[in-house]
Design a protein around this ligand. Structure first.
Ligand code: BGC
Length: 673
């Protein structure tokens, strides 16, 4: 009996000194040890000793079970130790759950708990947003409610919530909408990009979200591509420079960090996502999700460089592209995802699929989902943005692993990477959001920053019919001016796609911001008469004595494949408005487009021409330049073609014969105050 007790004591001591060292340090345990010692010094018989000891042992175990120490929960432990400790506790089901990202519209805290889902996303559709015009509080409550499902699971692994914050926190009402990347590339200003990243991170955190599917570091080589405005430039060097948005979003990696290690510096930062790997901007004829036909040298020198920089800057995640490289879908490209990205470049964050990206491995999509899962897993994807079909995905993947179609080491690789990001960003310590960041959403400081970005992103393509006779800057003291065009008083058109909804929205009711028309009205002298007619007829244009006209026309909002265009013409009534107004009145035409469009037929008629891209909510940035409060500085980060027949045509091409070459941009001096 005594031997049993002493061996129990020994093993108790062992466990106290090893895994349960924290319990050992607790006052309760120390008290138990004191009683044990006094038992041997007092005159108590053996039977009594045994009884007291047994009671103590049981109490001790009970108290320790309560205060069980989990290394992975201890932020003082090294990252590797935490990952290892948690991994060894996880079942296959828990691991597969971590790899699954479901859409908010099908998720609930019960579902998250049941399937151990590792991530939730909001796609840019009303069903996936908490409510139309939802406030930061509504968002935070939603995210926290879902998170409560994660932290109540057996191991309490928090989920990570992702959203497309691609030009500011663009799905959220009242957020600051920055210019789309096509405009930001013009600035060639990495410091500005970093500030935009930091502001976006704060606005994303204002809604409790910790993960932004940005930046898109595509190198758009053909403006016929519907996503060209998501790309900073046709020039890989500019795209590389713009990856400075990553430390803005995530924070600066600590000095001496190992290359490829993901980094997110705390509660005011978010995990970023470089997308879409690889070659999304190089598809044949600019077809969205198409085939990038190019040799390895071309692929690596044009489309890869920005990934090198993103990885060096600690990007946490990389999203695979729907597109193919020489006929092979990127979602199944093991060479580029595993061999190159993970093994050669030593990227240690996680690779996420695009939305239902593995479904599209087959043509038609989803023709053989089991095959798609095997192919995607084998390529090296770690988290699967499955959206609605989480249950089907989990069931099939579980079967495939249990039956050895997919090796366990692939699952472990994926889960380790996901946990690495979650631990690094402090998600285990702070899984729940509070309301303290709400004040950042659409705050004045961010709007001022966006306005600065607009100023730096505009390109002046023409200024006056002769150099001696420039039209810009416009006079603020004119007596009567005309403002016209489908995009002059239209916040939605000015913001473009990926604003409040996937395809964007026309009109002024989508969110808060300043249209170009209202910016004009507040800029000119109060005595100046501003006549606004969206599409004026000949009579109006000719009979009124306007000092000048501002015509704002362009493309209507679009996103992804719905934006593919084989003719790149400005939709009507844009061209008619230009011809009618500029035929009679001295005019500046401001183009709101996601890319260069056909303008050659109208350039003669136009007095001044400005490429304003998709400037976002801060319309005053446009008038700051038109009226000379600031000078134009922007230089084209894309080639402006003469006719679509020339495409693709990028700087350096042998057949280069542009209307306005890459790097072109007239400048003006700010008017003296
Ligand atoms: C796009 C991604 C985006 C994802 C989630 C996809 O259609 O290609 O860029 O992050 O949807 O909304």
């Amino acid at each position: 009996m005594w031997t049993i007790c002493s061996s129990t004591l020994i093993s108790l001591r062992k466990s106290l000194l090893t895994t349960h060292w924290q319990a050992l340090s607790s006052g309760l345990t120390r008290a138990f040890l004191k009683i044990i010692l006094s038992l041997f010094t007092m005159g108590v018989n053996n039977m009594q000793k045994v009884l007291v000891l047994l009671t103590l042992v049981m109490c001790c175990w009970a108290s320790m079970a309560k205060a069980e120490y989990f290394k992975y929960k201890d932020p003082k432990q090294r990252l590797g130790v935490r990952i290892k400790d948690l991994m060894k506790r996880m079942t296959l089901e828990e691991k597969i759950g971590q790899m699954t990202q479901a859409d908010k519209s099908v998720a609930s805290k019960e579902i998250i708990k049941k399937y151990n889902l590792g991530s939730i996303l909001s796609i840019p559709f009303p069903i996936s947003l908490p409510a139309e015009g939802a406030s930061p509080k509504t968002w935070v409550d939603l995210v926290n409610d879902l998170q409560s499902g994660s932290i109540s699971t057996r191991l309490g692994i928090p989920m990570i919530y992702g959203i497309d914050a691609v030009h500011g926190h663009n799905n959220v009402y009242n957020a600051t909408i920055f210019p789309h990347n096509v405009g930001l590339g013009v600035t060639r200003d990495p410091v500005l990009l970093k500030k935009i990243g930091a502001a976006t991170a704060l606005e994303v955190r204002a809604t409790g979200i910790q993960y932004a599917f940005a930046p898109c570091i595509a190198v758009c080589r053909d403006p016929r591509w519907g996503r060209c405005y998501e790309s900073y430039s046709e020039d890989p060097k500019i795209v590389k420079l713009m990856t400075e948005i990553i430390p803005g979003l995530q924070g600066d990696i600590p000095v001496g960090s190992r290359k490829g290690v993901p980094f997110v510096g705390g509660q005011n930062k978010v995990a970023a996502c470089a997308k879409h790997y690889l070659g999304d901007g190089g598809t044949h004829l600019g077809v969205d999700e198409g085939d990038t036909i190019i040799d390895a040298k071309g692929l690596f020198s044009i489309h890869m460089p920005a990934y090198y920089d993103s990885i060096i800057k600690g990007v946490s995640t990389i999203m695979t592209s729907y597109s193919s490289w020489n006929g092979v879908k990127m979602h199944k490209n093991r060479f580029l995802v595993t061999d190159y990205l993970k093994n050669t470049l030593k990227f240690r964050g996680f690779v996420i699929s695009d939305f239902q990206g593995i479904d599209r491995i087959t043509t038609p999509p989803n023709a053989n989902y089991t095959y798609s899962i095997i192919a995607g897993m084998n390529a090296g994807i770690d988290m699967f943005m499955v959206g609605f079909t989480y249950e089907d995905f989990i069931t099939r993947l579980t079967y495939l692993v249990k039956n050895k179609f997919i090796p366990m080491r692939r699952i472990n690789d994926a889960v380790k990477r996901i946990l690495r990001v979650k631990f690094t960003m402090g998600l285990f310590e702070n899984p729940l959001a509070d309301y303290s960041y709400a004040k950042y959403l659409g705050c004045q400081e961010h709007r001022d920053l966006a306005r600065e970005a607009v100023r730096k992103s505009l390109v002046l393509l023409k200024n006056g019919k002769s150099v001696e006779n420039p039209l810009l800057p416009l006079s603020k003291k004119a007596s009567k001016i005309l403002v016209a065009g489908s995009h002059a008083d239209n916040l939605g058109n000015q913001c473009g796609g990926w604003t409040i909804q996937w395809q964007g929205l026309s009109g002024n009711n989508l969110t808060a911001g300043t249209t170009i028309l209202s910016a004009v009205k507040t800029t000119v002298n109060p005595r100046t008469q501003v006549v606004y007619v969206e599409n004026p007829d000949d009579k109006l244009v000719k009979s009124n004595k306007f000092d000048y006209a501002i015509v704002v026309v362009g493309e209507y909002p679009y996103a992804e494949l719905l934006g593919d265009s084989s003719n790149l013409t400005i939709p009507e009534p844009g061209p008619s408005t230009i011809k009618r107004v500029c035929g009679s009145v001295k005019c500046v035409v401001v183009l709101i487009t996601g890319r260069p469009v056909v303008v050659q037929p109208y350039v003669e008629t136009i007095d001044a021409l400005v490429a304003a891209w998709l400037p976002g909510t801060e319309g005053q940035g446009v008038t700051d330049l038109l009226f000379g409060d600031y000078g134009f500085t922007g230089k084209l980060a894309r080639t402006w073609f003469k006719s679509v027949g020339q495409l693709p045509m990028n700087v350096g091409d042998p057949h280069y014969d542009p209307l306005y070459p890459f790097g072109f941009g007239l400048t003006t001096e700010p008017r003296k105050k």
